[in-house]
Design a protein around this ligand. Structure first.
Ligand SMILES: NC(=O)c1ccc[n+]([C@@H]2O[C@H](COP(=O)([O-])OP(=O)(O)OC[C@H]3O[C@@H](n4cnc5c(N)ncnc54)[C@H](OP(=O)(O)O)[C@@H]3O)[C@@H](O)[C@H]2O)c1
Length: 294
């Protein structure tokens, strides 16, 4: 059951199935909350840091957080000044390298929640000629192997977040981690899924409320148009529905901050193709489907 409150600037639909705990916005002092014009009043999540904020999914999360300024104080962490400029260059974007704890600590001061969207990124070896039927080869730059970025770098972030007492960490990983022979592990000899999984385990063991989202193949498409699918243990990889739009992953990251049902959970995430199924709007119900802690 829901009721609509017609406050002049902030028409709110309050879902009576939610437990309400409106905290003042630390920036504006407001206790009013909107959620992208939809829902349900829920807890003010406070200051949210998204790392990898210059990345393809990270920058969507950063933008969405900024658009919901009644609910969140957005903060981003990027690796370079160029990335900072690419996402608008605001003062709330910090630069630092996740392999170097000291460099990232300023970004973590006084945050309430953390969304991790950093990742080692393989580079393509030059000289590849598709016209000759060649397959591209990939490598990781020295010092930027998944062990350093996805394991040490994510561990550094989890430790830094724990030190400042964050209330929730959302970590985006990848499907495929149940199988050490997954071809992604061969890319650049980086064993990327192995190191990502190690970081996921570290987070699950940290005692901090967490949400681990193991995404399917990422696509640069509009979000909000598809029915999202929850899976476990890479079962979705054996189906036809094993991709998801980056914009949908970004939305799920932010929605996870809002619902107790998302906490202490790890799950696979994909979507039905656009036009088949019903676009997901009820994220509380989506998270309630998850049965797995890891
Ligand atoms: N591609 C897929 O199909 C797929 C499928 C499933 C899951 N995933 C996972 O989903 C997540 C998001 O993917 P995406 O493609 O949106 O990400 P992305 O565009 O590759 O972004 C990764 C970000 O991590 C940053 N980063 C790397 N090393 C860093 C360091 N040492 N310090 C600070 N930042 C660092 C990069 O910064 P720079 O821009 O400075 O390099 C980049 O912005 C990743 O974890 C990815 O593995 C991907």
């Amino acid at each position: 059951m829901a009721m609509v409150l017609g406050l002049a600037r902030f028409p709110l639909t309050i879902s009576t199935s939610h437990s309400l705990r409106l905290l003042p916005n630390p920036r504006t002092g407001s206790r009013r909350s909107s959620n992208n014009g939809q829902l349900s009043v829920s807890a003010m999540a406070g200051t949210v840091l998204v790392t990898g904020a210059g990345g393809r999914t990270g920058q969507i999360v950063y933008k969405k957080l900024k658009e919901r300024s009644e609910q969140y104080v957005a903060r981003g962490l990027v690796r370079t000044k160029e990335s900072k400029e690419n996402i608008g260059g605001a003062d709330d974007v910090f630069t630092g390298d996740i392999r170097d704890t000291e460099s990232i600590l300023p970004a973590f001061q006084s945050i309430d929640a953390l969304i991790i969207l950093t990742s080692a990124v393989p580079k393509m070896k030059p000289g590849f000629d598709p016209s000759k039927g060649e397959r591209p080869e990939f490598y990781f730059e020295e010092g930027s192997f998944p062990e350093q970025v996805d394991w040490i770098g994510q561990k550094n972030q989890i430790d830094a977040a724990k030190d400042v007492g964050v209330k929730h960490i959302v970590l985006v990983g990848s499907m495929g981690g149940t199988d050490v022979n997954n071809p992604l592990n061969n890319i650049g000899n980086g064993k990327i899924l192995v190191w990502k999984r190690k970081a996921e385990q570290y987070l699950a063991d940290s005692g901090i409320p967490y949400t681990i989202i193991r995404a399917g193949g990422l696509q640069d498409k509009d979000g909000g148009l598809r029915e999202l699918l929850i899976g476990k243990d890479d079962e979705l990889l054996k189906t036809e529905t094993r991709t998801i739009a980056r914009a949908d992953v970004a939305e799920v990251c932010i929605q996870a901050l809002q619902f107790e049902e998302a906490k202490f959970k790890a799950f696979d995430l994909a979507s039905k193709p656009e036009g088949s199924g019903t676009p997901t709007k009820d994220f509380k119900a989506l998270f309630a489907q998850i049965t797995t802690r890891f």
